[in-house]
Design a protein around this ligand. Structure first.
Ligand SMILES: [Zn+2]
Length: 397
């Protein structure tokens, strides 16, 4: 019986499918043979090591996984985990040693080689060898251009060296690969690019960068501030509008805009708008000592020390830990001629000391800073520092 075209096609397809399946099977068997490195998973030390990992006992995990490696020196996975642990506990040189010896193996897949090179880059970065780190990340990306690990490491390197444009480009690639929304980080990087442009006197480029930053994420507060600064002299009304908009977007950051906003209102001859703004913020959040402090300073400068003192005392009730408020109370008492020579000497001493720190804390890693920072120097995250707020001691209310 003659075969129809359809039947012939079906046979050909079946044959082709069989051929492909056979190839895949043979390949997976070859991989399986390579992968069936002696069964380290059945070692009791492996189980103990995992237990140590799961319970955060890193030293115990290192000890047990070390024993696994003595029984099964070829277990790449175990070497990888162990090297990470060494890096984690600060023994970077041992991590480097493991990664370098792993790279000498001939049976690594491309992805494995890329991953190990990226890990080596991170070892070097942690150890402070930035050139070598950059080189390892570059090699990792040459082996595997989609290695997110290497891209992230490279991006961090750029940030640490304040190469904002390169960091921005790396972050864009990362966002594309991970399909993540990195608008906030990209926005902060644009803001940094804007600052550099402004410093170099390239005001148009600066303005464009700040606008791009805000189109990426409205929460990039320094972009609002910088944009307002660009307009402050030429058009204070416009600067004030930008700052009001910033406060509307992130009221918890409002205090960072107080000084320029007060100046802008003064420049357009409407200083009362500052009072109204502070009063609105206090009504919104009765614990907002910064708005009270700003308003108190404004009133004191206006000769209304009595009202200022009332505000400060209320700010102190809600935030007794804030040294700046204490100091401002002394200053206000001084303005009311309420201090004798000894008190005045005391206040002068406090003014000179470094007491009136402005405590901020990272919401990710709890790093404390004396100033507002946009990028945490410890965990390297953006926009994670907030002012540290402590409630009044229990039982005082
Ligand atoms: Zn942090």
């Amino acid at each position: 019986m003659p075969m129809t075209d359809t039947a012939l096609l079906a046979v050909l397809l079946a044959a082709l499918a069989g051929l492909l399946a056979g190839r895949a099977w043979a390949a997976s068997r070859r991989r399986a043979e390579l992968r069936t490195r002696p069964g380290f998973r059945s070692s009791p030390h492996y189980t103990e090591g995992l237990h140590g990992l799961a319970t955060g006992q890193l030293e115990a995990a290192i000890r047990e996984l070390g024993k696994v490696l003595r029984e099964h020196p070829d277990a790449v996975e175990v070497q990888q985990v162990l090297s990470h642990l060494y890096r984690e506990v600060g023994q970077v040189e041992r991590a480097i040693e493991i990664h370098r010896s792993l790279l000498g193996r001939a049976d690594l897949t491309r992805a494995e080689r890329g991953y190990i090179l990226a890990s080596l880059g991170t070892d070097y970065r942690k150890a402070g060898f930035l050139d070598r780190a950059a080189q390892s990340y570059g090699e990792a990306l040459a082996v595997d251009p989609k290695n997110v690990h290497a891209l992230v490491g490279q991006q961090k390197l750029y940030e640490e060296q304040r190469q904002w444009r390169e960091a921005y480009e790396a972050q864009t690639r990362i966002a594309r690969l991970r399909k993540s929304d990195d608008g906030l980080v990209l926005g902060f990087l644009q803001a940094e690019m804007g600052h550099e442009a402004a410093k170099a006197g390239r005001h148009e480029a600066a303005e464009e960068a700040f606008r791009t930053a805000l189109s990426l994420d409205r929460r990039v507060f320094p972009a609002h501030l910088a944009l307002a600064e660009l307009w402050a002299k030429r058009d204070p009304r416009r600067a004030a509008a930008i700052l009001e908009d910033a406060i509307g977007t992130a009221p918890e950051r409002a205090y960072l805009a107080f000084e320029p906003l007060e100046k802008a209102y003064a420049a357009i001859g409407e200083p009362a708008r500052f009072v109204a703004l502070c009063e609105r913020l206090v009504a919104q959040d009765p614990r907002d000592w910064r708005a009270r402090l700003a308003l108190a300073r404004h009133l004191r400068a206006d000769g209304r020390a009595g009202e200022a003192l009332g505000l400060l005392l209320r700010a102190l009730e809600a935030n007794p830990h804030v040294l700046i408020v204490h100091l401002e109370i002394w200053r206000t008492l001084g303005a009311q001629q309420a201090l004798g020579p000894e008190e005045r000497r005391y206040v002068a001493t406090v003014e000179e000391s470094a007491l009136y720190i402005d405590p901020h804390i990272c919401t990710v890693c709890r790093y404390r800073a004396d100033d507002m920072l946009w990028r945490c120097p410890h965990c390297h995250e953006w926009n994670t520092l907030v002012e540290e707020r402590v409630g009044p001691a229990a039982g005082t209310r």
